[in-house]
Design a protein. Structure first.
Length: 198
């Protein structure tokens, strides 16, 4: 039996982890072991919460790294059998610092991958600072606050993004902070899209 429940700001996911979940767990564990603040956001949050759709990547925002943290992260990823699917891991620091992203995948594979990027705006920073916990198969993942995820999906505006927002809103509407949700809806200027959720 599987179930998904949001309780006390923890998303409990009671099911066997998928390949995508395993990738998120493995990379998140490496970052946590190195005390690097990070958060999983966007489409993966909807998928983790039970939305049945495919994706080739998982979006992960992390705090800016200093030289030592970058070196340690590269070494830990390589030791765990990961590579830079589109950018060599050796260029991780330079690429992220210039506003680019680095896709990390198991050696020799391209998809699925985790797309690492630095927080670039107030919404990214809020996702990192206000992250909540998702619990799956005895592992804990940091995910973006659901209220912000919903509002940001409405802001992105594609059909897939809107459906992600609908899924999260439908699944957790009664457990969400209406005040927080409306704050982010207003900040992202998506009031009309928000009204369509009801």
């Amino acid at each position: 039996m599987s179930g998904i429940e949001l309780r006390d700001d923890v998303l409990f996911v009671d099911r066997d982890p998928t390949t995508l979940d395993r990738l998120a767990i493995d990379v998140s564990s490496i970052l946590s072991d190195l005390d690097i603040d990070h958060v999983l956001v966007a489409g993966y949050v909807a998928i983790l919460a039970g939305r049945a759709r495919s994706t080739e990547d998982i979006d992960l925002i992390l705090e800016p790294l200093d030289r030592v943290q970058s070196r340690d992260l590269i070494a830990a990823l390589e030791d765990a059998g990961f590579w830079g699917a589109t950018t060599p891991l050796s260029e991780l620091s330079t690429t992220l610092s210039s506003g680019g992203n680095v896709r990390v995948a198991p050696d020799g594979e391209v998809v699925p991958n985790i797309e690492l990027s630095y927080a670039t705006d107030r919404f990214d920073r809020a996702s990192v600072e206000d992250a909540i916990t998702a619990s799956i198969d005895g592992h804990e993942l940091s995910i973006g606050p659901l209220e912000l995820q919903i509002a940001y999906k409405l802001y992105l505006g594609s059909q897939k993004d809107f459906e992600d927002a609908v899924h999260l809103y439908t699944m957790f509407g009664e457990s969400l902070s209406e005040r927080e949700l409306e704050r982010w809806v207003e900040a992202l200027d998506v009031e009309d899209e928000y009204e369509r959720l009801d």
